[in-house]
Design a binder for this molecule. Structure first.
Ligand code: ZN
Length: 476
C-alpha cells in the first residue's frame, strides 16, 4: 500500500486502477449496471479535452450538429455488416406506455444510420459537398463486463461524419482525422501512439478500412486513442445518399466517420499513472497548480494569505487552486493532490516569505526547488511545459522498451508472457490464422503502422508469405 492508500501497480494493476479512479474522485459506479457517474474532477478533465478537440475539429472546417438519441430499428437493419457488428450490444425501446411500437427504437450505439438518412435530404449536387458534420453526444452499447471509463455501457464521445465526391477525398479525410487525434494525444495528453490500419477482422462494422492510434499502458496492454473509418459507398448505397456530379450524372457519395470517447480518460490514467496515483498532463489538467499555505499561528496566517493572493495574480490565466481546508495537515493535503495528479504544487510558509521565495514541487519527478517570488509566474509556466515534455518522453520510452520485433511464434509467446507489450510480427493476412493466434495467446492484431517499411517475410504462425509486419498485443 502506498501513502495514498493504493496497491502498487505491480501487485494488482486492476485494483490500482479502480482505486485511483474512485479515490481521486474521477468517477464512480452508479445504481445502473455498467453505467458510471462522472464526478466534477473527472468531468473537468473531459471538458478540457473536449474544448481542445472541438477547436481542432472546427479548424478543419467541420461543423457541430445534433441528431436524435433514438434510431428506428429499420434504419439499423439497412447496412448488413453494421447490424451484424452491433446487434449484441443494442438496447431497444419496444413499448411506449402499454403500446407496442411498430418500428422499435434503438438507443444509438453510433449515429451513421440516423445521420445518413438525413444527409440524403441535405445533399443534391456536387455543390453541397464536402459535407462535414461532428456531433458531441452520449451513446449506449450494452456491455457485459465494464470498467470505469475504459468500458461502460453509456459513454460520451464525438463522432465526425463526412461526405465527399470522390474516394480520394474521403481517403484524405480519414487520414486527416487520425493525424488530428495523433496530434491531440501528443501535444495535449503527452501520449505517443502507433498510427496504422486495422486488420479486416478488427475493422469497424460497415467500413472498408479503419485507421487507429494505439498506445501502451503501464501494464503493457494496447489501448486505442481514436479511430477513423473509410466507409466507402456502403452506407451511401444503403441510405441512397446521391449527388449530381459536374458531368450531370447521379453518383453515390464517399463517406468517413471518426471518433474518440471518454475512454481516452481511462487511457490517460493507465498510461501516465504511477504508484502514487494519477498524473495529469499539464495542458488539460483540471488543476495545473495547487497552492498549499502553511501557517500555524493567526499572525502567520495573515502573512501567508496576503502572499497567496499575490501569487494568484502572478499565475492568472492558469488553472490554480488554493487548498485552504482547516483541520488537515499539509502532508495529508500533499498526498491527496499527488493522488489526483496535479502537475505542480507550491508551498508557502512564513520562513519562505521571509526569504522571498516559495517552494515549487513537480508531481512527475518529485523534485522540489526554491523559486524567488518575482520569478514564480515565468518559472511555473516553463515548468508546466517541461512536465509535459517529460511525461511524453517517459511514455515514449516505455512504448519503445515494450515494442518487440520477433520472428518466431515461440519467442512471441514467451516474451508476451514474460514482458508483454507490442509485438511486430509477420502475419500472412489470413483471418483464420489471426483467430488461432488470438485463441492461443489472447493477443490480437492492433494495427499495421503507416510508417512500417514494406518488408516481405513469413507468417510466424503458418509460414505463408507476409507483406509486412503488423502489431499484436493484448488489449483493453
Ligand atoms: Zn498465417
Amino acid at each position: 500500500m502506498s501513502k495514498q492508500g493504493l496497491p502498487t501497480q505491480h501487485d494488482d494493476f486492476s485494483q490500482w486502477y479502480t482505486d485511483v479512479v474512485r479515490h481521486a474522485q474521477m468517477a464512480d459506479y452508479s445504481p445502473v449496471a455498467g453505467c458510471m457517474v462522472i464526478k466534477p474532477y473527472g468531468y473537468a478533465l473531459w471538458e478540457n479535452m473536449q474544448r481542445q478537440l472541438d477547436t481542432m475539429i472546427k479548424a478543419a472546417g467541420v461543423q457541430n450538429a445534433y441528431f436524435p438519441l433514438f434510431i428506428p430499428q429499420s434504419y439499423i437493419l439497412k447496412e448488413a455488416q453494421h447490424v451484424e457488428g452491433f446487434a449484441p450490444e443494442l438496447a431497444t425501446v419496444t413499448h411506449v406506455g402499454e403500446e407496442k411500437l411498430e418500428d422499435p427504437l434503438v438507443v444509438r450505439p453510433t449515429s451513421e444510420t440516423i445521420m445518413y438518412a438525413t444527409f440524403k435530404d441535405w445533399i443534391q449536387s456536387y455543390r453541397d459537398l464536402p459535407l462535414k458534420i461532428n456531433q458531441w453526444a452520449n451513446v449506449v452499447r450494452m456491455e457485459k463486463r465494464t470498467r470505469l471509463f475504459l468500458r461502460t455501457t453509456e459513454f460520451l464521445w464525438q463522432e465526425g461524419h463526412t461526405c465527399h465526391a470522390t474516394r480520394e477525398e474521403a481517403e484524405t479525410e480519414v487520414l486527416r482525422a487520425i493525424r488530428m487525434y495523433e496530434d491531440f494525444a501528443r501535444d495535449y495528453m503527452a501520449i505517443p501512439g502507433y498510427v496504422g490500419k486495422k486488420s479486416p477482422s478488427e475493422t469497424f462494422a460497415g467500413a472498408e478500412y479503419t485507421l487507429t492510434i494505439e498506445c501502451l499502458s503501464r501494464d503493457m496492454k494496447a489501448i486505442q486513442a481514436g479511430t477513423s473509418h473509410h466507409l466507402g459507398q456502403n452506407f451511401a448505397k444503403a441510405f441512397d445518399v446521391q449527388f449530381q456530379s459536374t458531368e450531370n450524372t447521379q453518383e453515390f457519395v464517399w463517406q468517413t466517420s471518426w471518433g474518440v470517447s471518454t475512454r481516452l480518460v481511462g487511457a490517460l490514467i493507465v498510461i501516465h499513472g504511477d504508484d502514487k496515483g494519477l498524473q495529469m498532463p499539464p495542458r488539460i489538467a483540471p488543476i495545473q497548480v495547487i497552492i498549499v499555505p502553511i501557517a500555524r499561528t493567526e499572525e502567520d496566517k495573515a502573512l501567508v494569505d496576503a502572499k497567496v493572493s499575490e501569487l494568484q495574480t502572478q499565475l492568472e490565466g492558469l488553472r490554480v487552486h488554493v487548498d485552504t481546508r482547516d483541520g488537515m495537515s499539509p502532508g495529508a493535503k500533499f498526498y491527496e493532490w499527488e493522488l489526483k495528479g496535479v502537475p505542480l504544487k507550491i508551498e508557502v510558509g512564513p520562513r519562505d516569505i521571509a526569504n522571498g521565495v516559495v517552494v515549487l514541487g513537480r508531481r512527475d519527478t518529485g523534485e522540489k526547488e526554491q523559486v524567488s517570488f518575482a520569478d514564480v509566474g515565468s518559472k511555473v509556466r516553463s515548468t508546466l511545459d517541461a512536465v509535459h515534455e517529460a511525461m511524453y518522453a517517459r511514455a515514449l520510452a516505455w512504448r519503445d522498451e515494450y515494442t518487440h520485433t520477433v520472428d518466431t511464434y515461440e519467442e512471441f509467446k514467451k516474451l508476451l508472457e514474460e514482458k508483454g507489450g507490442f509485438f511486430a510480427l509477420h502475419w500472412c493476412g489470413d483471418a483464420a490464422c489471426e483467430a488461432s493466434i488470438k485463441e492461443e495467446t489472447k493477443a490480437t492484431t492492433r494495427c499495421r503502422p503507416l510508417n512500417f517499411p514494406q518488408e516481405k517475410g513469413t507468417c510466424v504462425y503458418c509460414g505463408k508469405e507476409s507483406e509486412g509486419r503488423i502489431l499484436f498485443a493484448k488489449a483493453y
